[in-house]
Design a protein around this ligand. Structure first.
Ligand SMILES: [Zn+2]
Length: 694
């Protein structure tokens, strides 16, 4: 799973392959005047009038929070902004350089340049009008029976979801495909089908009765009508009603986010011959043939209930309702490469209403982001050649090794764990594959046809190219060195079934990592991120896989009961946080990430202390080493959100909002000692109530 709040950057309008993670915020940087005093720590951004034990987040970030505006084109501003801004500047130089270079046709540099050039050419996009979309709308209009409907759903299936690596559950197509390691036969890949068919981010937007969400629905209905009208679809207003009605029925059969991340529930294999009986309604032969999946013996029905439900709706709902839904989704899906009026209307809903951003990001920034998302590994390869140092790679690898050792010592020290469970946990830790900066082998884009004058066609060809790449994976064994994320993302990933960690190059820079500041801060920032990712191998998802990546219960019943009691206590701790007056954090939805935060900062702290070899760290700027560590951790998780985006994170994200991630420290004994936190302080937890998982 990735380790930061995806929606801060993930408006999914006009989806390219998937929302791109680095574009957090072009924030006004935090005040940096204090750098002379304590390198790497924003002392001026603290608010020392707030006692650490009462609100440690504000103690560390209160002044920053008051003084830092959220940029107009963003839903949030966060500690990731500094790294993101730097990565964005680097990528802009790189992509614009490629566009100017006119490299030889067929080279990756040329593809980067052509994709960006076409995306930026809004005059050409406007001049073509809706013409590029018309063939697709005509195909939808021509759907005359259920068989043709199934064929269309199959033809538009894309490899656009990934449950456990990227935590990307959203597709606006009727289904999504995820090709990844089979949980029963871990040396082979399998094809998993996921629920789709909604345009709003989650089922709760259709079903939640709260007034705020009802307002979103009303805005959405009007938006659907405007989009259909802009596309020249007749009867737009009535069609909008039927789109919302059908999507609401689909939402009712959708699994929740929490259910979606249950790997045991998801690991349902349906034999090809049984599909029609398992999920009647969809013409499976027509669907699979159109999706080029006809030769499969079985599929993984990840959302088996939703697949059954959607298949039934394919048969029961009027053809006209389906056609209206498909037409609207077709327009929305490519809004960013359709005429400016369509692009603007998409922003009205997905940018303003759902994220709260009053302004739209500039076309240049969006073009760089779109190019980097579309040609992720081509851009990533050029990015690391230009901006990533071998020294940073080595230093990060050494930190990872130290943190894995700290984890190993913690497993040894767990008095409740049975020897057999302990042995498998340690085996798992030994077999983790750590990959820092970039993959050893780069995926190829050979054969991908991109043109400098066809933004719409480029987006379409790219999706198909990536779909074929995914199908190709079904024909060969699992490549355990494969990266599913790109090096230019300011993020970090655990691939739980592969038992692999990916640390992209772009996160190995300030504020996460800076060789020029005290070690305490590097451990508290990138170290805690590394520990977080290691711990995902042992959280509620990771703990379900053994060291070979097989979905297998390797826990004794007693150990399993202990683990679940400890995690339940942690879930209740987060349930008590209320970021909005009427909406609390969902402790179960965010449990795996909260466990990872807790285990991550704990292991990073241990590894840092071990690196000191028994000495105390030097006092810098009046702060002890432990104080530097915890303040730096809390500053890494600084963030402000606009209300609609915060609501969306609370409803859909597996991560707690960043300021609450900073409060993880109240579970660490050392934090109490470092700041003199005592009973009666608001954040005080009695020792028995502190979360201790690993
Ligand atoms: Zn995570």
């Amino acid at each position: 799973m990735p380790d930061r709040n995806a929606p801060s950057s993930a408006p999914h309008w006009g989806g390219l392959l998937r929302a791109f993670a680095f574009a957090v915020a072009l924030a006004a940087a935090a005040p940096l005047a204090a750098q002379e005093a304590v390198p790497g720590l924003d002392a001026a951004g603290m608010d020392r009038s707030v006692r650490p034990g009462d609100d440690f987040y504000r103690h560390a970030n209160g002044t920053w929070e008051r003084q830092t505006p959220i940029p107009g084109d963003r839903g949030s501003v966060s500690g990731f902004a500094i790294a993101a801004r730097r990565a964005e500047a680097q990528l802009t130089a790189l992509v614009q350089g490629a566009a100017a270079a006119k490299a030889p046709a067929g080279s990756d540099l040329r593809r980067i340049g052509d994709f960006y050039t076409a995306y930026l050419d809004t005059a050409a996009i406007a001049a073509r009008g809706m013409a590029p979309l018309r063939p697709l709308l005509a195909r939808i209009e021509a759907i005359g029976d259920r068989r043709a409907l199934a064929r269309y759903i199959g033809e538009t299936l894309r490899a656009d979801v990934d449950v456990i690596n990227e935590g990307d559950l959203f597709t606006d197509n009727v289904f999504g495909l995820w090709v990844d390691q089979d949980f029963n036969r871990p040396t082979w890949n399998s094809a998993a089908l996921l629920q789709g068919g909604l345009a709003l981010p989650d089922r709760s937007y259709y079903l939640d009765p709260s007034p705020k969400i009802a307002e979103v629905r009303a805005a959405y209905r009007a938006h659907v009508a405007r989009m259909l009208a802009l596309a020249g679809v007749p009867g737009a207003a009535e069609k909008a009603d039927s789109v919302l009605a059908l999507e609401t029925r689909i939402a009712r059969v959708h699994a929740t986010r929490e259910e979606s991340w249950d790997v045991v529930k998801g690991n349902v294999h349906w034999a090809r011959a049984d599909l029609a009986a398992r999920a009647p309604g969809l013409d499976w032969d027509a669907f699979l043939a159109a999706a080029e999946l006809a030769s499969l013996d079985s599929i993984v029905a990840w959302h088996s209930g939703a697949i059954r439900g959607i298949s039934a709706l394919v048969a029961s709902e009027p053809l006209a309702s389906w056609k209206a839904l498909l037409a609207y989704h077709a327009v929305e899906h490519r809004a960013d490469v359709l005429p400016p009026a369509v692009d603007r209307e998409a922003f009205e809903l997905f940018g303003k209403t759902l994220s709260g951003a009053p302004e739209r990001a500039g076309r240049v920034g969006r073009g760089v982001e779109a190019t980097s998302a579309a040609l992720g590994f081509a851009v990533g390869r050029a990015y690391v050649q230009r901006y990533f140092s071998a020294g940073a790679r080595e230093r990060a690898r050494a930190m990872v090794a130290g943190i894995i050792q700290a984890f190993d010592r913690r497993i040894d020290a767990l008095d409740w764990m049975a020897p057999a469970t302990r042995a498998e946990a340690k085996a798992k830790l030994r077999t983790i594959r750590v990959s820092v900066g970039y993959p050893d082998r780069w995926p190829s884009y050979d054969g991908l046809d991109l043109r400098a004058d066809d933004a719409y066609g480029n987006a379409e060809r790219l999706e198909r190219f990536e779909y074929r790449r995914a199908l190709e994976k079904l024909r060969r064994p699992v490549d355990r060195d494969e990266w599913t994320v790109t090096p230019q993302q300011v993020n970090a990933f655990n691939l739980p079934a592969m038992n692999a960690l990916n640390f992209p190059a772009a996160i190995l820079q300030p504020p996460f990592f800076d060789p020029a500041r005290p070690d305490a801060m590097n451990y508290a920032a990138i170290g805690a991120v590394i520990g977080h990712e290691v711990s995902h191998s042992f959280d509620t998802v990771g703990a379900a896989f053994d060291s070979q990546g097989r979905l297998r219960n390797w826990w004794t019943p007693e150990d399993s009961a202990h683990f679940s009691a400890a995690t339940t206590r942690l879930a209740r701790q987060y349930d008590a946080y209320r970021p909005l007056p009427e909406l609390a954090i969902n402790g179960n939805l965010t449990l795996a990430e909260n466990i990872a935060d807790l285990a991550g900062v704990t292991a990073a702290y241990d590894a840092w202390r071990a690196s000191l070899g028994g000495r105390e760290a030097p006092v810098v700027g009046g702060l002890t080493g432990d104080q530097q560590f915890f303040l730096s951790f809390a500053q890494t998780w600084r963030a402000k959100y606009r209300e609609p985006l915060l609501r969306r994170i609370l409803l859909t994200d597996g991560h707690s909002p960043a300021p609450f991630r900073a409060l993880t420290v109240r579970n660490l004994d050392a934090w109490y000692d470092a700041f003199g936190v005592r009973p009666g302080d608001a954040l005080y937890l009695a020792p028995a109530d502190r979360g201790r998982i690993w």
